[in-house]
Design a protein around this ligand. Structure first.
Ligand SMILES: C[S@@+](CC[C@H](N)C(=O)[O-])C[C@H]1O[C@@H](n2cnc3c(N)ncnc32)[C@H](O)[C@@H]1O
Length: 373
């Protein structure tokens, strides 16, 4: 592969997701008033596999659109941008791509030292150099967003993720390409030990031979790794573009606000651009014929119905608890979808309401099949 390469549909879709997410993320962190117990925080975005800044047919790469959207954000005037407060770190390992990125940024934005934010473009290795750069820029103790967007050879040690997870208001996004899951023979055990935090954590995934299960197992294994690293919440999803190969993402955050912001971004991208975000927990399977009912009704999404049925298969619970589970455990569903699903599933005779009165978030519901059993 040369210095530049062609922008794939899944990468373009991922860029739209990042753009929507960052459009929300910057003002959430930068408009924070001083009354929240600390003076205005420093905020650091680390794009650790930055790329050359441009694609073969001229589309901007992540460093360019990230900086451009920040500087031209609708709320830029209220975000108190300053080189002391806002740091963007771009790491690229390849010499020619690093040079290209530097040239690209300067030709687009002018001299970087004149910008209202600090931009550091370093040639280095995401796994080896991220922590030292975060030290050098005084990022710790303030929010950090780490984007680890390799070509699938995810090789960032878990201790890096763990350090970010333990830092205040910090998050990471890690991308996997489809070939990551199929190249079992190429797996470098030493690297995987570092990425997953020990052999015992990843070797069961390497045993998975069913082609359509590999991505689910590896994604779940990585999600579990981010949980061990210290992220309170982790989202895993398959990004399915309208054409071409999918991509896989795992997002780690410490807050439900982070989860909501990422899901909001997914819904916006989904509605406007036609991408979809698939939950690895679902297989479109109709376990016992129940899901046919939802499909016949065609009102709520099949994936939502399948997930709610999965949650209820472990026993009756409240609509509210299902909403919390949807938020924390599923790729794109929000608490509000629990009540919509419960209404539809009751109407379709799939769900029984155990509490008297109107169906609300406080109602306890179960699968009809469990009531009959
Ligand atoms: C998927 S591309 C990044 C694309 C870019 N983030 C974007 O969205 O426009 C991965 C980039 O990471 C670089 N790379 C590969 N291994 C690396 C490493 N260990 N550390 C930093 N960069 C690396 C590659 O040279 C390549 O430019």
């Amino acid at each position: 592969m040369g210095v530049l390469w062609k922008l794939e549909p899944a990468t373009a879709a991922k860029h739209r997701l990042y753009q929507r997410y960052l459009d929300a993320w910057w003002p959430i962190l930068l408009q924070t008033s001083q009354s929240k117990g600390y003076s205005r925080p420093r905020v650091t975005l680390l794009d650790a596999f930055a790329g050359p800044g441009r694609y073969e047919n001229g589309e901007p790469g992540s460093p360019v659109f990230i900086l451009d959207r920040l500087l031209h954000h609708d709320a830029a005037d209220r975000m108190h941008l300053s080189p002391r407060r806002v740091h963007l770190i771009f790491i690229e390992k390849d010499r020619a791509r690093h040079e290209h990125l530097m040239t690209e940024l300067v030709s687009y934005f002018g001299p970087l030292r004149d910008l209202p934010v600090r931009v550091e473009v370093r040639r280095g290795d995401a796994g080896l150099d991220s922590l030292a750069l975060l030290d050098e820029l005084g990022a710790w103790g303030h929010p950090i967003l780490g984007i680890f967007d390799s070509w699938g050879s995810v090789n960032v040690p878990l201790h890096v993720m763990s350090r970010i997870a333990r830092n205040r208001s910090s998050e990471v996004i890690t991308t996997f390409g489809p070939n990551w899951f199929s190249r079992r023979e190429d797996l470098n055990a030493g690297i995987l030990d570092a990425v997953f935090g020990g052999r015992g954590f990843w070797s069961p995934a390497a045993e998975e031979l069913r082609p359509d299960e590999k991505w689910r197992v590896w994604l779940r294994t990585y999600r579990d790794a981010l949980r061990r690293a210290g992220f309170g919440y982790q989202l895993q999803f398959e990004l399915v573009p309208r054409t071409g190969q999918p991509l896989y993402l795992v997002f780690g955050t410490g807050s439900t606000a982070g989860l909501r912001a990422m899901k909001d971004a997914m819904w916006k991208v989904d509605e406007l651009d036609g991408e979809s975000f698939r939950d690895p927990r679902t297989r479109g399977a109709k376990a016992d014929g129940q899901l046919d009912l939802f499909q016949a009704a065609g009102v709520i999404d099949d994936e939502l119905a399948e997930l709610v049925a999965q949650r209820l298969s472990s026993g009756a619970t409240t609509v509210e608890a299902i909403g919390e589970w949807l938020l924390a455990e599923t790729a794109r569903w929000m608490p509000k979808h629990a009540l919509q699903a419960a209404r539809q599933m009751r109407q379709d005779g799939v769900v029984a309401v155990q509490s008297p009165g109107k169906l609300t978030t406080k109602s306890r519901i179960s699968l009809q099949a469990q009531v009959r059993a």
